[in-house]
Design a protein around this ligand. Structure first.
Ligand SMILES: Nc1ncnc2c1ncn2[C@@H]1O[C@H](COP(=O)(O)OP(=O)(O)OP(=O)(O)O)[C@@H](O)[C@H]1O
Ligand SMILES: O=P(O)(O)OC[C@H]1O[C@H](OP(=O)(O)OP(=O)(O)O)[C@H](O)[C@@H]1O
Ligand SMILES: [Mg+2]
Length: 279
């Protein structure tokens, strides 16, 4: 039975669990449930703190996990990052009081608060900077105002939390992070099926199906606009001068694609969602 670690709290949890649900797996019914056995799919899910997941997977106690790249690197776990997922994207940055710092070198000799002291320590060391790291559990943006640090290093998404504390980003990007699928090792039995199911959910979210009718002589032009994954499906209409065309297009592009197809001469252009996919 495949043993999978899932975040039980925090930013990654809800989206990760929703993704498992869409991929056809059993999920917990209430937030106190820590283990869910999905016998039909031969998988067992362990709901764990996001920060601990890389440790469980890296030790081999669990086979696979969903966590953040920043948490994986901060843990120094030997777990392998196998795939970037479509959620939990953030940037890891230094920030300080407006105008106080301008470059990484300005951090020499100052106190930097962070919940990711290993990640930040490694970065500073690689760059030859010596700072005093102040390890905090969270809400590190308050550390400067409260006087326990001179600067912070933390996850930035919209930047609202920093702004509200009068802090400004400076220096290089420490890390571009995202939700990731991690594995204890290569070649775990059942891993590929699990991975394909998650990929299927991501594809179903990212793409839509487009159908349209087209005068036959315009097929080449229309194929250039909707090349599909392999190539579009083309079927005859009862009127021999016309074709019906179907292809996948990125959801974010669908309105531009519809406009372009209409201008070329396509009609009856319809878009529908994809509920599930195996690519
Ligand atoms: N605002 C955000 N937007 C996107 N990803 C985020 C955000 N905040 C955190 N993350 C990502 O989520 C992961 C875990 O962070 P999160 O803060 O949710 O966990 P936690 O700190 O353990 O939980 P909690 O904050 O509830 O104590 C990290 O990979 C981080 O990069
Ligand atoms: O750039 P923003 O959109 O403002 O988001 C970034 C904030 O979100 C996370 O905090 P979280 O709510 O997880 O609290 P924590 O710091 O206690 O973990 C992160 O640690 C930042 O503080
Ligand atoms: Mg947090």
């Amino acid at each position: 039975m495949l043993r999978i670690a899932v975040p039980n709290k925090g930013t990654l949890s809800e989206t990760a669990v929703q993704m498992l649900h869409e991929a056809g797996y059993a999920t917990r019914r209430d937030s106190k449930e820590l283990i869910v056995t999905d016998a039909r799919n031969d998988v067992e899910f362990f709901y764990l703190r996001p920060r601990d997941i890389a440790t469980y997977v890296g030790s081999g106690a669990l086979d696979i996990g969903v966590t953040g790249r920043d948490l994986l690197l901060d843990s120094h776990s030997p777990a392998l990052e196998v795939e970037a997922l479509d959620f939990g994207g953030s940037t890891f940055r230094f920030a300080g009081p407006a105008g106080r710092f301008s470059s990484l070198d300005d951090l020499n000799g100052v106190r930097v608060a962070t919940s990711y002291d290993t990640l930040v320590g490694d970065f500073l060391e690689r760059n030859g900077v010596t700072a005093e790291l102040v390890r905090l559990d969270g809400a590190v943006e308050s550390a400067v105002r409260l006087g326990v640090a001179d600067a912070v290093a933390d996850v930035v998404s919209t930047g609202t939390t920093l702004r509200n504390q009068g802090l400004e980003i400076f220096g290089p990007v420490i890390l571009e992070s995202t939700g990731v699928l991690i594995a204890a090792r290569e070649g775990i039995a059942g891993f590929e099926t699990f991975q394909r199911r998650l990929q299927g959910v991501m594809v179903a979210r990212r793409y839509v199906l487009i159908d349209y009718d087209l005068p036959a002589e315009l097929l080449e032009k229309a194929t250039a606009v909707t090349p599909g994954l392999e190539s579009p499906t083309v079927s005859p209409l009862a009127d021999t001068g016309w074709l019906a065309v179907r292809a996948m297009v990125p959801r974010k592009d669908m309105n531009n694609v519809m406009d372009e197809l209409y201008e070329i001469g396509a009609r009856a252009i319809l878009v529908s969602p994809i509920h599930a996919a195996r690519i």
